[in-house]
Design a protein around this ligand. Structure first.
Ligand SMILES: NC(=O)c1ccc[n+]([C@@H]2O[C@H](COP(=O)([O-])OP(=O)(O)OC[C@H]3O[C@@H](n4cnc5c(N)ncnc54)[C@H](OP(=O)(O)O)[C@@H]3O)[C@@H](O)[C@H]2O)c1
Length: 258
């Protein structure tokens, strides 16, 4: 299937590793010029052709707008992928989560997308077209005290995207979310990831922690970043031209309800 994305311009937030890197690679393979934002870069990202890497702290107030401004120097902006996010397990329970920790979670997981979207929309409205795809999480609707602030931020992110889709649909702009379950990235499997942190607290092997989570899915495994990327890129394309205001779950059947 030709996604007809050749020569489009996209911004991807949190692009150096994990899902953001996979999305960037998938867009590049479709002929998209990508402006990729993260604090650091990686060899994998630098090696991709047609990618401009912008080193930016997306939790800083002006970071998301700075990234979008860099993209607009190329003329137009067709696609915004709000991917950046991070989670810290709250092993001590709700009472130990400080205001500062809540603020940091809400800033990176919600406000980075709000700010990037605010910066991108005027150009999209002027062009009369655009696609915004935001990476939320199953934790938006599967509340878990272990990730209480992250889940709240993701719930707000999904709600934000749905509301915005109603406002900008008439301008030819589509707004969708993708909600993955556990994905094989550093967020879950890295040295500081969920499996390692929870494993250290429970005196358990991180691989066993991850395996326990994987078996909660009907497929018995984590999702791969490439699989999330394929869904994001489809939603960014005109092939999904009448899909907006929708949340797309990719979790191997982890979610048990309809
Ligand atoms: N992995 C999962 O199981 C899973 C499940 C559901 C949803 N998600 C969501 O998917 C998205 C991507 O997650 P992932 O698993 O790919 O995470 P990851 O592997 O930890 O990668 C996170 C990316 O974000 C960048 N980043 C982090 N903080 C940043 C900041 N302050 N400013 C700029 N860039 C920053 C990182 O680069 P630098 O460190 O170089 O800045 C990296 O490129 C997140 O929104 C996450 O919540 C993930």
């Amino acid at each position: 299937m030709d996604l007809e994305l050749r020569d489009k311009v996209a911004v991807v937030t949190g692009a150096s590793r994990g899902i953001g890197l996979a999305v960037t690679r998938a867009l590049v393979e479709e002929g998209v010029r990508v402006i990729a934002g993260s604090r650091t870069s990686t060899r994998e990202l630098e090696e991709l052709p047609g990618v401009r890497v912008v080193r930016v702290d997306l939790s800083a107030e002006t970071g998301p707008a700075d990234l979008v401004t860099a993209a607009l120097e190329h003329g137009s902006l067709d696609i915004l992928v709000n991917n950046v996010g991070a989670v810290t397990p709250r092993l001590g329970g709700f009472l130990e989560v400080t205001d500062d920790q809540w603020t940091r979670s809400l800033t990176l997981n919600l406000m980075a997308a709000v700010r990037a979207t605010r910066a991108a929309l005027p150009a999209m409205i002027e062009a009369g077209r655009g696609a915004i795809v935001t990476v939320s999480s199953v934790n938006a609707f599967l509340p878990d005290p272990l990730v209480i602030d992250y889940g709240v931020a993701k719930a707000a992110l999904t709600n934000f995207s749905k509301a915005l889709s109603k406002e900008v649909g008439a301008h030819g702009i589509r707004v969708n979310t993708v909600s993955p379950g556990p994905v094989t990235t550093d967020l879950w499997l890295g040295d500081q990831g969920m499996a390692a942190t929870v494993g250290a607290a429970k005196d358990a092997d991180p691989a066993e922690v991850a395996e326990g989570v994987a078996t909660q899915s009907e497929t018995g495994r984590f999702t791969h970043p490439q699989e999330v990327a394929d869904l994001v890129v489809f939603l960014a394309s005109d092939r999904a031209g009448n899909v907006t205001g929708a949340d797309h779950v990719i979790d191997g059947g982890l979610t048990k309800t309809v």
